[in-house]
Design a protein around this ligand. Sequence first.
Ligand SMILES: [Fe+2]
Length: 324
Amino acid sequence: MSDYSEVMLAKLNPEAKLPADVYIFLNGKHVKFKEKGDTLSQEKYDLFLAKNVKSIYVESEHILEFLEWISDQKEEDIEDMVKNAGEENRGLIEDSLEMKEKVYEVFSDEKLTPEKVEAIQENVRDFVDKIKSDPITAQAIEAIMKRNDDIAAHSINVANLAVFLGMAVGHGHSFVLENLYMGSIFHDYGKAKIPPEIYNNLEHPDYAKWINDHPENSVKIISKSEGIPDQVFNIMLQHHEYYDGSGYPSGLRGSNIYSLAQIVSMANEIDNLLTKTKDEEDEIRYKKVIDMLTLGDGTKWDPKFFPRVTQAFKVGFLGDQKLT
Ligand SMILES: [Fe+2]
């Protein structure tokens, strides 16, 4: 019989090819989950997080090789990021990679406390500062600002909120957070292409079509740039799809909708509501957000995110210590 060694899931890059078979612990025994050469896949990684699975297992005879692979992966991540952000940011990048394990720890606790939400908010600030100094992100924000100030401001708000919600539901991997951020920055890019006489006139006969097409138009424009991951395109394309199938443009349903697109969808609607109610008192506005999120549990958005997101928002924005 083999012996197994435990590895924290948070240490793995879900997109990297595994150097050994990987097992999960199920009903009192180790069950082979992925073969050597497979990837863990983002989907399964999300599923594990949702189910609060913290560890995977490797046959003990392969553990040294496996740990070496993890550290090589990390080195590669750091080198890639240094290449983009510059040697002067190496320290910052190394710190930010440590962050993912911290965030994962936050998630693995059953209860969200004000201290934990504060830790998430601090991590969001660190992450956003880091990603904004990345020339690719800076260029993207500049490009959208040139097109439309309102859409740019909205997109930046959505990006910050999406990273906050993403961390609150347990995403700590920088790769996932970057996709959430970039997907949010570009989510409404296609709207900036709508001619102003149509965009500003809800009665215009072509208005509905332009709105319906904006996710696909965003993808069409951005796909001309190189190096944007598919995950970012999926977020852009699906940020108006709803869990019950009532969204657009494709009416996708349930788990057919990309999980990160659902997070951006929530962030998008939170920012829209906060903009609409900007003249009201903050406490009232935030309560309206909680009500909207609660209503969307299982209709607009996957129930797996609840009550986590409402709790995180309550504690983070209302400072409400009484978690219900
Ligand atoms: Fe949109």
